[in-house]
Design a protein around this ligand. Structure first.
Ligand code: 16G
Length: 246
């Protein structure tokens, strides 16, 4: 591929496409160091400013990352989480060909705070289960999920092995089928404690997702607060035009 200066497509965009192509073809692999700005400018006979713009766009898109003093590298592909279907972490990972894992950070019975009690439709102060887990994709920490669980006999879950799929356990052993969820997604900066577990800088960008999950009976059984590494996650939504809008 070459870059044409007489083309209506801007030169920085042509360079972006060229780099994307090399990454897609596997010519440049995750972790590879890209040629320097100067080398790229010379190779394609374009200005360093143009190279800088193309690289900055690819860094913003998460395809490349920079390390101060070392250069620009090819990033690992992110985990795509579809927002249109109710899935578990394990299912999301399986769909990506990754091995899901969990490390239990906290497991206890605690009185429901007024906010959690409202979402779980229980009286404030009622003992509910708190399970906080570090979630792993191919053994790499990608998120932390703090689930507040409330259903008849939920204390029994304290004796379970929670390093596998929680949703599968709930389905198979407790007859609770996650059927519907309401989710809220915000951008945030990683708190210090979570940053340590996730192995990222304090205040690195994260996705903060809260979810209330309902069973097949329409009862809320889980209120979860999650922190996912923004450098490892992309949220994916399919959109269709609403009827009546042209
Ligand atoms: C998802 C859910 C979380 C649930 C977990 C169960 C979000 C924001 N969170 O990660 O609520 O507890 O799946 O996964 O999507 P598991 O069955 O693999 O343990």
């Amino acid at each position: 591929m070459s870059i044409s200066k007489n083309h209506p497509v801007p030169i920085y965009y042509q360079l972006e496409q060229e780099i994307r192509h090399r990454i897609e073809m596997g010519e440049w692999k995750p972790g590879d160091l890209l040629p320097s700005e100067r080398e790229l400018a010379e190779r394609y006979q374009i200005s360093r400013m143009t190279v800088r713009q193309a690289l900055a766009n690819l860094v913003n898109d998460g395809l490349l990352y920079r390390e101060r003093g070392r250069g620009t590298f090819v990033a690992r592909p992110k985990i795509h989480k579809r927002l249109s279907s109710l899935t578990s972490f394990t299912e999301d990972m399986r769909a990506r060909g990754k091995l899901a894992g969990a490390e239990v950070l906290q497991l206890k019975l605690e009185p429901a705070s007024p906010a959690v009690a409202r979402d779980l439709a229980v009286p404030a102060g009622q003992p509910i289960v708190l399970v906080e887990r570090l979630r792993l994709a191919d053994r790499e920490p990608v998120g932390i999920e703090r689930s507040h669980l409330s259903f008849a006999g939920c204390e029994a879950i304290m004796r379970e092995d929670l390093t596998g799929s929680l949703y599968r356990l709930l389905k198979e052993k407790y007859g609770i089928i996650p059927t519907h969820a309401e989710e809220r997604i915000e951008a945030g900066l990683c708190p210090a404690r979570e940053a340590q577990w996730l192995g990222i800088h304090r205040s690195a960008p994260v996705l903060l997702i809260t979810r209330v999950t309902y069973s097949q009976e329409g009862l809320p059984f889980e209120y979860v607060e999650s922190v996912y590494r923004a450098d490892r996650y992309t949220l994916h939504v399919s959109l269709t035009t609403a009827p009546g809008i042209s």
